[in-house]
Design a binder for this molecule. Structure first.
Ligand SMILES: [Zn+2]
Length: 119
């Protein structure tokens, strides 16, 4: 069993921080544009109202997805700090470098992921 070496950890750390830097401004930008949306003034007809509602719905969906992404990235960075990155949270086995390269934020191995999806 080969432990994640420092060089790999450093690489994932850099990668995850880059992801976070990408996700955060979008996250904050959306929040403030949603706040602006609250201040919509003037009388609106049904169509305006419907499209405003639709846009808000869409913004919320993107916001939630982005929020989850930010949480996942932060979680992964925390696992690097705690020295448990690359170890499955469910079974304690190595997640494997190939899977981590494809999904750096993942916290569970392939087998556990499949098991969780069946729930
Ligand atoms: Zn597992």
């Amino acid at each position: 069993m080969s432990r994640m070496n420092q060089e790999n950890l450093k690489r994932f750390d850099t990668l995850l921080r880059a992801h976070l830097n990408e996700a955060l401004p979008e996250f904050k930008g959306l929040l403030s544009s949603m706040m602006d949306g609250e201040l919509l003034q003037g009388p609106m007809d049904e169509a305006d109202l419907a499209s405003a509602r639709y846009e808000r719905e869409l913004a919320l969906q993107i916001h939630y997805r982005n929020h989850r992404l930010v949480q996942e990235i932060r979680g992964a960075l925390r696992r690097i700090e705690n020295g448990v990155y690359g170890i499955c949270l469910e079974c304690g086995q190595e997640i494997g470098l190939d899977r981590l390269k494809a999904q750096p934020m993942t916290a569970v191995c392939v087998d556990c992921k499949k098991a969780l999806e069946k729930l």
